[in-house]
Design a protein around this ligand. Sequence first.
Ligand code: FES
Ligand code: FES
Length: 186
Amino acid sequence: MSRMTVNDRPVEFDLDPRMPLLYALREAMNLTGTKACGGMGGDGGDCGGACMVLVDGVALRSCAITLAEAEGRIITTIEGLSADRAHPVQQAMVAQQAIQCGFCTPGMVISAAALLLRNPAPTRDDIAAGIPNICRCGVYPRLIKAVEQASRVARRQERISAAPAPGISAEDAAKAVPALRVPAPE
Ligand code: FES
Ligand code: FES
């Protein structure tokens, strides 16, 4: 049995303690916001970092940590970072349009949140060095702007409106997205 706290809830995994934390989160807890960038199996930490989670406030690749190593730790996944997507990094990622393929985004947000925890006012070089996630579409310039903005928001130097709350209805989304139509029920 592996015991830990995931998104503020104490949990016990009755799984092989050698199993990567990534699988337990995705398959046993259905926390699929944490991605497996090496395919379902990960690469043991050598791929893009889409599997990042906070472990005691530090961003780590969940494919490279076993359940045994996570024993007693406090784990935060993208689902637990903020109940209403109001974390400054989440707001700034939306404001700077730094979300592209979407697959890499959760891991980038986790890395950025961890960076701001240890360095509330990072320079551009700090951001480039502090976010190891790999992205093939080249979102890095916007990502850097987003983290700079998130830093200002977290330090109350700037305010931006929050990203839409989860659970937005298709009808509400259609009001803001001209390309989306939701036919009325027959
Ligand atoms: S699954 Fe790609 S770095 Fe973990
Ligand atoms: S955000 Fe996924 S490849 Fe760039």
